[in-house]
Design a protein around this ligand. Structure first.
Ligand code: DON
Length: 565
């Protein structure tokens, strides 16, 4: 079944909760705390950690780990991600880069056959598709350097849910159904995520005792609990026995990195976002620079869509051309986010006519996997985190007796120049595979900051993540309430394929006519996409608001610490 058909079956029963609280406006400290995440159990666990004295960073450890247990199709300790942090005490802003790395035995053409053609499924299924995980290292780093509670407390909710189980919901069933054939091919994965090789029933209590043991090893031994010793040996043995190439050196050598976030400006906002190896911040800021100079709000709605599509076309072309892991290749980051570059880039935009991208293969689909959460604590600390195992249930492979579902993030490399990945994205040399290199990402955890407002936002959605953030920022700049940032109908262009994709109903018939007359190709999608989680704090009115995308099953909570105690 294709990913778009899978999404067609998606029940639109997204849960949306948002609470608004008014308090005394104090510039430095919010009157309330907030958590928005893609799963109710993760939001509840994050709230509980904050209420028991943890800060936003402790809550981020808890929410990440709970999501790893209850949303195995989205993210996990066999995957990676980016945690964007703001520490209120000293204003420090940093991106924790827990992105997966290519194993040291990886080679540039490892997914190509003798004729130089990609081997179907090799970068998506089984142990060869998996990068060396970064999430366990990131959680230990986050806890040790920014949290105030021990991992024995912050990982406890995830361990409990792994050991005692959680109730299978329809999203889980849909995702497992999408990957059923591949899960069945790998015994330990089938035992962990299926029941006698079938999708578990709605309401089935799914227990993951091996995962609980591995999380306990992390509590006991920190980094070494996962990357050295018994668990590391099992991970390596398990992957190699099934044709993988991991070594113990790969695991021991993994390092989480602290990177300086990228900063741009739009409509009075300071936009703080993810630097490479994510393409997110670069492309978001480049697009916002172009839109700022085009003075988007001056146009009617059809022309706004046209201009946004042209801006996306150009920025996603730059993504394919220039972006990769800056520890390995030189990327002109500062040039790409320079407003002067945007001036050049918009020069050939014709208000009457669509531009052109060179044709190349069709997009193979989109994910409803990966995850995002946003947290604000009552001290003003913030976390925006986007985490992933890439495709639903990652590589569908679990090394025996580890409970660790491996990612298939290797597919985010450009496995052959010009060959689209699972999200239809093309790339070139800058994102070619190399030993120890991080694969290019689109994950875009972001803060917006103005004198009077702070916002924390992000979403899953593969290649569409960055355009969703762009639309979210435009909503914020237009003064829309936070539920509209996460709820607004979406459209997307990514240079290739050369088409404006849009959610059902996102573009009016009139707008579609105008766009077609200008020469745009349009594709109405089968279903909705994205799962944005956002928190805002209006410093002027002392209002904290949070919203969880109505397309998903997540929840958002806002509460005053006073009433919570
Ligand atoms: O890092 C990336 O860009 C991808 N691995 C994210 C995948 C994703 O968001 C799938 N979601 N629906």
């Amino acid at each position: 079944m294709s990913l778009s058909r899978l999404l067609k079956k998606a029940p639109s029963r997204g849960l949306f909760v948002f609470v608004l609280l008014l308090g005394l406006a104090r510039a430095e400290q919010p009157p309330a705390a907030a958590v928005a995440s893609a799963h109710p159990l993760a939001t509840a666990a994050g709230v509980a950690i904050l209420q028991s004295g943890g800060n936003a960073f402790d809550a981020a450890v808890t929410v990440s780990a709970v999501l790893a247990v209850v949303e195995p199709y989205g993210s996990g300790i066999g995957g990676g991600g980016f945690w964007l942090l703001h520490r209120a005490a000293d204003g420090k802003q940093v991106l924790l880069d827990g992105r997966e790395k290519a194993p040291l035995a990886a080679t540039r053409d490892m997914y190509l056959d003798a004729d130089g053609e990609p081997v179907e499924g090799l970068s998506l299924n089984g142990p060869l598709a998996a990068g060396i995980p970064g999430e366990p290292a990131a959680l230990v780093h986050l806890s040790e350097n920014y949290g105030r509670l021990p991992l024995s407390v912050t990982l406890a909710p995830a361990i409990k849910l792994a050991r005692e189980g959680f109730l299978v919901d329809e999203t889980y069933r849909r995702m497992a159904g999408f990957r059923l054939d591949v899960l069945r091919e790998h015994e330990a994965a089938a035992r962990q995520f299926l029941v006698e090789n079938e999708i578990p029933e709605f309401g089935y209590m799914l227990k993951q005792p091996d995962l609980a043991d591995t999380l306990e090893a992390i509590v006991r031994d920190g980094f070494d609990g996962f990357y050295r010793g018994e668990i590391a040996r099992r991970l390596v043995e398990g992957t190699r026995a099934a044709g993988g190439i991991w070594t113990e050196e790969d695991l021991a050598a993994y390092r989480v990195l602290e990177r300086e976030p990228l900063v741009g400006r739009y409509a009075g906002y300071r936009v703080v976002s993810a630097p490479p190896p994510s393409s997110g911040g670069v492309i978001l800021i480049e697009m916002l620079n172009m839109l700022q100079q085009l003075q988007l709000p001056n146009y009617d709605s059809a022309n706004q869509v046209h201009l946004m599509a042209e801006v996306m076309r150009r920025a996603y072309q730059d993504r394919a051309t220039y972006l990769g892991d800056t520890d390995f290749v030189s990327v002109p980051v500062q040039q790409l986010i320079d407003p002067g570059y945007a001036t050049q880039r918009i020069r050939d935009i014709d208000i009457h006519k669509a531009g052109q991208s060179k044709p190349i293969g069709e997009t193979r689909g989109k994910g409803a996997d990966t995850t995002h959460f946003s947290i604000l604590d009552a001290e003003g600390n913030r976390v925006a985190a986007t985490l992933s195992v890439n495709y639903p249930f990652g590589a569908c492979f679990v090394p025996p007796r580890t409970g660790v579902l491996l990612n298939n993030e290797m597919d985010d490399f450009s496995i052959k120049p010009g060959t689209p990945n699972a999200y239809g994205l093309v790339g070139n040399e800058a994102n070619a595979i190399a030993p120890g290199k991080r694969m290019l990402s689109s994950m875009t955890p972001t803060f917006l900051e103005r004198q009077d407002q702070v916002a924390i936002l992000g979403t899953p959605g593969g290649s569409r993540i960055i355009s969703m953030l762009m639309i979210g920022v435009l909503q914020a700049a237009g003064g829309a309430p936070v539920e509209q940032w996460v709820g607004r109908a979406r459209f997307h262009h990514q240079y290739l394929p050369d088409v404006i994709q849009f959610e059902p109903g996102a573009l009016s018939e009139e707008t579609r006519d105008v766009l077609k007359r200008k020469g745009h190709k349009l594709k109405e999608l089968d279903d909705v996409y994205g799962n944005m989680q956002a928190v805002t704090w209006d410093r002027r009115t002392g209002t904290v608001m949070a919203a969880s995308d109505p397309r998903g099953i997540g929840t958002a909570h806002v509460w005053t610490m006073l009433t919570a105690e």
